[in-house]
Design a protein around this ligand. Structure first.
Ligand SMILES: [Zn+2]
Length: 181
């Protein structure tokens, strides 16, 4: 399976989410066929659970009429969080390939390792860092543009000076820094 090819498609998905933290996901079956693709829709749906991974699982279950995904590979542009890693286990996905690490709240090998914790049953194969630079750059550019937009407003400037200007999304903390540029 060409991991980079599918990750490029997941990155294309991530870029579709206007005004969203750019994260894209793709579910691919054991024959290399794409089952479904999705991106983060948290803002559009006003739903804290609308991460790219959960959106792709919902889409794939709708399309296939089944919630079990043994033998599939999930591609996602950012290391899955605790919620998504739990859902990936529930969906019985066999393998996860991700691009950027989330050192602040990742649950697939950085902070936690929910996917490979044997206490939760059968472990899931994890392949990290595929097109990591592309995904990290996409995220850091997004947060930089959000910060610049917010800084242009007077209200935000006063909040920023009080140190509460950002909404403290874990991805934001991880990627809102200059060294990733
Ligand atoms: Zn998540």
């Amino acid at each position: 399976m060409d991991f980079e090819l599918f990750m490029h498609l997941a990155l294309d998905e991530a870029r579709k989410g206007a005004d969203e933290v750019p994260v894209g996901a793709l579910l691919v079956d054991d024959k290399g066929e794409i089952v479904a693709s999705a991106h983060n829709l948290r803002e559009a749906k006003n739903d804290p659970t609308a991460h790219a991974e959960l959106e792709v699982l919902r889409a794939a279950a709708d399309l296939s009429g089944d919630w079990r995904f043994e033998g599939t590979t999930l591609f996602v542009t950012l290391e899955p969080c605790v919620m998504c890693a739990g859902a990936i286990r529930e969906a019985r996905i066999s393998r996860v390939v991700f691009a950027a690490w989330n050192e602040v709240s990742g649950a697939s090998g950085s902070v936690y390792d929910v996917l490979r914790d044997p206490r939760l049953g059968k472990t899931i194969e994890v392949i990290p860092g595929v097109l990591e630079n592309e995904a990290s750059t996409l995220l850091s550019r997004y947060f930089k543009s959000v910060r610049e937009t917010k800084l242009s407003s007077q209200k935000y400037e006063s909040e920023w000076s009080e140190g509460k200007g950002m909404d403290n999304h874990p991805c934001e903390i991880a990627f809102d820094n200059e060294k990733l540029d």
